[in-house]
Ligand binder design. Sequence first.
Ligand code: FAD
Length: 478
Amino acid sequence: MALRSKKDYVKSLQDGREVWVLGQKVPDITTHTLTKIAVEHCANTFDLQQDAKERDLFTVVENGEPISRYYAFPQTSDDLEKRRQLIDRHTEIGRGQLNLTKAIGSDGLMAATVTAHQVKTRGGSDVYSKRLEEYVRHVKKHDLAVVTAMTDVKGDRGKRPHEQADPDMYVRIVERRKDGVVVRGAKAHTSASLAGNDILALPTRAMTEKDADYAVAFSIPANTKGLKLIMRPMPPHDVSAWDNPISAKNLEGESVTVFDDVFVPNERLFLAGEWQAAGLLAQSFANFHRFTGVSYRPTIGDLLIGATQLVAEHNGVAKAPHIRDKVARLIKYTEMIRACAIAAARYPHTEPPGIAMPNVVYTNIGKHHFADSFYEAVRVMHDVAGGLVTTVPMEVDWNHPEIGPYLKKYLAGNAAVPAEHRVRLMHFIRDLTASDFGGYTMVGTIHGEGPQAAQNIALMADYDINRCVGLVKKAMGI
Ligand SMILES: Cc1cc2nc3c(=O)[nH]c(=O)nc-3n(C[C@H](O)[C@H](O)[C@H](O)COP(=O)(O)OP(=O)(O)OC[C@H]3O[C@@H](n4cnc5c(N)ncnc54)[C@H](O)[C@@H]3O)c2cc1C
């Protein structure tokens, strides 16, 4: 058992995986200009695990060996709080972008473990529990980067898997063999898939008996034959970090993840037809993953607060009462999310076999809140920053011998602040919220960790409304 170095991790990605970008099959994702940023970003975990300053948070000792804290499943409220702090710190280091490889992988593994235990205790086989135990040991031992592909492409959202015009709109088993199954279908928006060693696939919704073949969960290496990762392009790796302070370094990318008749061996199969368990698996993953969401989103809120305060100072308006009100609004937005994350860790539900599940009510309120008010928070920052957010000149113009001096003179704000700081801050705000990447962040805030209706469903299923109704009845004496 050993923590891997960044070098070993990067080398492990040179394994013949089938990654497509802009119509090209990428021969080596670690060197290709359109995928290199994602590899570098995802590799940061491996440096941090070895860093003396970060090691205590990023690793734990289990059975005498250091392992990634992401894979030490929380058993207590304190463990969950540490996980929250880990995600928070990891996001801070990633300039507001969490490296999801191990985070989302462990969310999926915890959900699969809880579900396999339920299958066993409800009279089913214990085979999935045993396989998962073995697989999680393997992940820890080889310090693997695992990503989770849950969201199916789904076709017509109003129809169940078996009702779809095309039967492949949810990943399904198309053949059962003695030594495993063959699966077909596609998952959408799989984060960091190109940089995962293994892809963990989970069902995305509750199923009926007729959907049994769609109730399938498994994990396979990213270079498995028939697995195709079709990525959106990332910026070239040498794009200016002056102009794009976040997206030039911290992007992980999503794929349409195609399973073109992929063989899954029995030992990596964690659900294969038990349709009654699919809903629990999807719900548990959503809850673990939303906790990841409420743990990393406050860090993005911190950036909104910091950038808004700083831009107000650079523009010379920081003391204006309406500006202070706007900064206060951002603080309230951010700290509400953080408070939900802390409360979700503080009041967990302990799920057999001893995994602390973040509190469902606080987790879902936190996720719903950050999605609901993010555009508004961004609007507040844009209002304070001014139009230069979108019209700001680029690095080459700033440094140009002929036109640069004009920009340096005319784009100055508060004389106490170098004009270059003001302009670079505008780029920071543009990159985070008003660029192609900014648009990605906006939509990701709404849909990452599930659409808002899903949080209301989870909240209403878990919240003790009868307690409130009882209080009213008692107060009325009825
Ligand atoms: C940046 C980003 C990263 C992501 N990363 C991952 C990842 O790593 N792994 C992963 O598995 N997923 C990932 N997702 C997927 C994410 O969880 C989904 O985008 C989200 O669940 C919404 O699904 P959808 O995109 O298919 O939208 P849709 O399901 O089409 O939702 C659109 C709207 O339709 C509504 N709707 C959908 N179905 C119904 C229905 N039956 N009845 C009524 N209303 C309905 C929804 O509530 C929503 O309002 C990511 C998404 C984004 C944007």
